[in-house]
Design a protein. Structure first.
Length: 135
């Protein structure tokens, strides 16, 4: 994670490379991927771990949400959260959830999409979960 000034210069970097993070391929692979038909894009999507969301909450916590590739979801939940303080110190991580991190509010609450699949006979049920980091 890079901290930038208002012009875009890197002030400092922090974070770690956890075992569950798979480095993306080079930009040339991304260009090839974008030109492939939709049906052939799954292999590329499953070859790395995309960062889903990065949020700053209450000027206290940096929350990083990583999406586990579909081909290795049998090893855990779909999303993994890492939490840092604003000085870049790692607080906790590897928090697994099937809830998608959506946004935060000015009161420090995080909002997640709680999706419940059905058997296919009824439309899916979407709920919004509201959570707060207490450390």
């Amino acid at each position: 994670i890079n901290v930038l000034d208002t012009v875009g210069n890197v002030i400092r970097s922090f974070g770690n490379k956890p075992a569950y993070f798979i480095q993306p391929k080079g930009i040339e692979d991304l260009e090839k991927f974008s030109k492939k038909p939709q049906s052939e894009q799954k292999d590329f999507e499953n070859s790395w771990t995309p960062i889903e969301k990065l949020l700053l909450t209450e000027n206290k916590f940096v929350v990083l949400s990583i999406r586990r590739p579909e081909n290795i979801r049998d090893k855990g939940k779909e999303y993994i959260l890492d939490i840092y303080n604003t000085d870049g110190n790692f607080l906790t991580g590897g928090l697994e959830t099937d809830y998608k991190l959506l946004c935060r509010d000015n009161n420090g609450f995080l909002y997640f999409l709680v999706f419940h699949k059905d058997d296919g006979t009824n439309p899916p049920i979407y709920k919004i979960g509201k959570y707060k980091i207490i450390f």
